[in-house]
Write a protein that binds this ligand. Structure first.
Ligand code: C5P
Length: 234
């Protein structure tokens, strides 16, 4: 089965811009992620457009609300035919369980965001979480696992620890990926594709390093090669 490891973030404010990038990519080589910006600008229709183009879609809306609202939002999102959706683990146990119960097992992948990869220790302190990022991430991953979620979104820096603790079947999705020499942008806890795979990540969310590349397809192929080489060693 074709299981591309890279999920390209279509972080654009119009479906036209997103279509230009997707038009340069290949559904055999990657999946795509539709997040808050594109979804808010272009609506559910945009999800259907990319599914029609052959891409499996990760709908990254990071639901975080009362259990009933999140459960219903997850149900409606799944009806769009997406491959993966997510909620915030910080929404707590009842919210996570409501999301899980709303969806058929073995269907859409349901993962929980642990800590945003843009957040470092200072950001945690600012919101009153006086703990190391890796401890917070581990606690939230345990919670997501106990609620029956398929996996978590985490930094590749924490993937190694999570892979060990959570076992082989727990899906680890890692944003904050930067090839060697790439700009860090607003990310904080970053890693190279090689490092992410070495640490046991299943899927790598990559936005600007691909969307800003002079030749996005070439960059995608280059990063896929780095991933394949590391998978062969793992
Ligand atoms: O451009 P860049 O590679 O930094 O894009 C990363 C993408 O991953 C963005 O769409 C961002 O919303 C998303 N993301 C993240 N950290 C998370 C969850 C999602 O950066 N914890």
């Amino acid at each position: 089965m074709n299981d591309p490891r890279i999920i390209v973030a279509l972080d654009f404010s119009s479906k036209e811009q997103a279509s230009i990038l997707a038009g340069e990519l290949d559904p055999i080589l990657c999946r795509v992620k539709i997040g808050k910006e594109l979804f808010t600008a272009a609506g559910p229709e945009v999800v259907k457009i990319f599914i029609k183009k052959g891409f499996e879609v990760f709908l990254d809306l990071k639901f975080h609300d009362i259990p009933n609202t999140v459960a219903n939002a997850c149900r409606v999102a799944t009806d769009l035919g997406v491959w993966m959706i997510n909620v915030h683990a910080l929404g707590g146990k009842r919210m996570l369980m409501a999301a899980r119960d709303a969806l058929p097992l073995g269907g859409v992948k349901l993962v929980a965001v642990t800590l945003l990869t843009s957040m470092g220790p200072d950001d945690l302190e600012n919101i009153g979480l006086n703990n190391e990022p890796r401890n917070v991430v581990q606690n939230l991953a345990n919670l997501a696992h106990s609620c029956g979620l398929d996996g978590v979104v985490c930094s590749a820096l924490e993937a190694g620890q999570l892979r060990k603790e959570m076992g082989a079947d727990f899906c680890l999705v890692t944003p904050g990926i930067r090839p060697v020499d790439a700009l860090v942008d607003d990310q904080n806890r970053i890693a190279t594709p090689k490092m992410a795979i070495q640490n046991g990540a299943d899927y790598l969310v990559i936005g600007r390093p691909i969307s800003r590349a002079e030749n996005p397809l070439l960059m995608l192929k280059y990063l896929n090669k780095e991933i394949e080489e590391q998978l062969a060693v793992n």
